[in-house]
Design a protein. Structure first.
Length: 609
């Protein structure tokens, strides 16, 4: 019989207890399945995921987050107790990709999402601390930016890049391999069987059922953590590979640089014995001249075959390798990784897309051009001494192609060709002409800030100004299209003190102004910091506010005492504010309303008084 006290422990205690053993690779976790009997775990999971708009999209069983109640959680727990729980197949839909193709996306039922979030929290507590620093995707305090900054800070001096591409990774994860990997840390067959149930749940497309014999649940909450657990094997393999690959403590000094250093050393010795001031000044001048010459020469020998280094960074299924060595070294590294993926993880490395690139030329990684810039430029330090400034530093750039694709995606420009040149011309966006003035400027501001926020760490972030200029005049043309007037009239009407701004009246009747973005595109430095903490396990409140409202058992609309259901809406701005219950939600700025079953039925039937 399960220990009731353990089952009802607070989620933070449960997860922290799991994470304490995470770094001990020999520790095996048992009795995980019983955590699924803990009602408070679902309360936290519900609080974590309730705000996502996708929760209002029905899965294959046509059930959404709307109508969430304590009884739904109780039914789930009962299904786990008697082991009758079976995930529903996901409803498959397709979303467009940047290249014009479509990517399949699975929409699980909300109950399955809730269970997946509980499983995700458990797996994250177990595996997070054992993941390698080279892994950056779908992890607390990690992001595309931390991966890119890691490349910039640690790939210095790189001669070659290897751009890793795994064919259809998420669709080709081998279920048996994944369960075996999980079994290395988890000694609970009931918990492992549950994960396999999710892997084998299948999907519905055009109301036809399809089995899933490989891959993780598309669109599933648990998929990212399972992918990281799977590819952690590759990360650990690369760690060992690096230890064997690296060679030598430092590069051999360049012959010319070594010769000049010998001269400066001799002069330095003479200076210790010379007493004549004139001779001393001559020696100092000669020392300075030779040192300046040496500053213009590479300090080390790039062709030193006794010095090799390999760096590796991964974000989800994309990885980048930096190599100081020969091109033959790169070919061998690529072949060894290909062999390891095939033999151990049953994955295929794409020969065509896994490119070997000279570091002087840009490699592609997470939407940036990455290359190494050679420079002998110097700069005086605070003591006035001339120091080498750059050497072989990694540069992250945003390309014109990236900005062009984004502008075409937004339908903010057209391209014309004149005398063999490509000319970008801004255009209005007729699809926005029925939006109100505030929505239009907000949309443009959000799109500009969105691109800048991602590419702010680029060395050439200032080039976003060309993207900005097209967006600015596209906005003017969109307003002109809406008001059936000219761009000049719009600029004159809404410009004040050289700023374009749209007036609006707030709830208190005060006239305010929304300004068009004008903060520039200065490069932002990002520090590379890692944290071993699990933020979602350390700071869980005693009870979540949503669950508190359900447990109050008092309808927030009619005040009657009853078992409650949580009414959810996708967006607050979608409410017209005509019904009293809509005004109730708008006034509290909440997308949820805890109501009795009677009121909930009336809301959906449109018969609420």
């Amino acid at each position: 019989m399960e220990n009731v006290r353990d089952i009802m422990r607070h989620p933070s205690s449960v997860l922290n207890s799991l994470s304490e053993h995470s770094k001990n690779s020999c520790y095996k976790y048992g009795r995980l399945y019983r955590i699924l009997f803990n009602e408070e775990m679902y309360n936290v999971a519900y609080q974590n995921i309730y705000a996502k708009e996708g929760n209002m999209t029905p899965g294959a069983n046509n059930v959404t987050i709307d109508g969430m109640s304590l009884s739904r959680i109780e039914q789930l727990i009962e299904a786990f107790r008697n082991e009758s729980y079976q995930p529903a197949p996901s409803r498959r839909t397709y979303i467009p990709k940047k290249n014009g193709k479509k990517r399949p996306l699975g929409i699980p039922s909300f109950d399955d999402k809730l269970v997946q979030e509980v499983i995700r929290m458990i797996l994250e507590a177990i595996f997070e601390k054992q993941f390698e620093n080279s892994s950056h995707g779908f992890r607390p305090n990690r992001s595309c930016h931390t991966a890119l900054v890691s490349v910039q800070k640690t790939f210095t001096g790189t001669k070659w890049f290897v751009e890793g591409d795994i064919k259809g990774f998420f669709d080709n994860i081998n279920h048996d391999v994944l369960i075996t990997i999980l079994g290395e840390r988890i000694a609970d067959n009931r918990f492992l069987r549950l994960i396999r149930k999710f892997l084998n749940a299948g999907y519905l497309e055009d109301w036809q059922y399809h089995n899933t014999f490989s891959g993780t649940p598309q669109g599933g909450i648990v998929s990212p953590i399972l992918a990281n657990i799977y590819l952690d094997k590759l990360d650990k393999y690369m760690n060992q590979y690096i230890l064997q690959f690296n060679k030598g403590k430092e590069r051999r000094m360049n012959k010319e640089s070594s010769r000049l250093k010998t001269q400066t050393d001799r002069i330095s010795k003479k200076l210790k014995t010379v007493k004549d001031e004139n001779v001393k000044q001559q020696l100092l001048e000669k020392h300075r001249t030779i040192r300046e010459q040496r500053m213009q020469i590479k300090h080390s020998d790039d062709m030193d075959q006794n010095f090799k280094r390999l760096k590796y960074v991964r974000y989800a299924d994309d990885f980048l390798i930096g190599i100081i060595g020969s091109k033959d070294d790169c070919r061998k590294v690529k072949e060894d990784i290909k062999q390891y993926l095939a033999d151990t993880l049953k994955l295929e490395l794409s020969d065509e897309k896994t490119l070997i690139t000279n570091a002087k030329n840009p490699a592609k990684f997470l939407g940036f051009d990455v290359f190494v810039r050679q420079s002998n430029a110097t700069k005086r330090n605070k003591d006035g001494v001339n120091m080498r400034l750059y050497g072989s530093r990694v540069v992250l750039n945003i390309t014109n192609e990236t900005m062009k694709k984004k502008l075409l995606e937004y339908d903010a420009m057209t391209i014309v060709h004149h005398n063999g040149k490509e000319i970008w011309k801004c255009k209005s966006r007729p699809c926005m002409r029925n939006n109100d003035d505030l929505e239009i400027i907000d949309q443009y501001n959000a799109e500009i800030r969105g691109l800048y926020n991602y590419y702010a760490i680029a060395n050439n972030s200032y080039t976003l100004d060309s993207f900005y200029n097209i967006m600015e005049y596209s906005m003017y043309k969109t307003y002109a299209c809406k008001y059936r007037t000219t761009k000049k009239v719009i600029i004159d009407k809404f410009t004040s003190n050289k700023e374009f701004m749209i007036p609006f009246t707030n709830k208190k009747g005060i006239i305010k102004y929304r300004r068009f973005y004008n903060e520039g595109f200065k490069r932002k430095a990002m520090s590379l910091t890692f944290s071993d903490q699990l933020p979602q396990t350390q700071k869980i409140a005693a009870r979540t506010s949503l669950i508190d409202r359900l447990k109050a058992q008092q309808c927030e609309y009619c005040g009657e005492k009853d078992n409650l259901q949580m009414h959810h809406v996708k967006k607050l701005k979608g409410l017209q504010g005509k019904e009293l219950w809509e005004k109730h939600m708008i006034a509290r700025n909440r997308k949820t309303l805890a109501v009795c079953i009677k009121c909930h039925k009336k809301i959906h039937n449109g018969t609420m008084d």
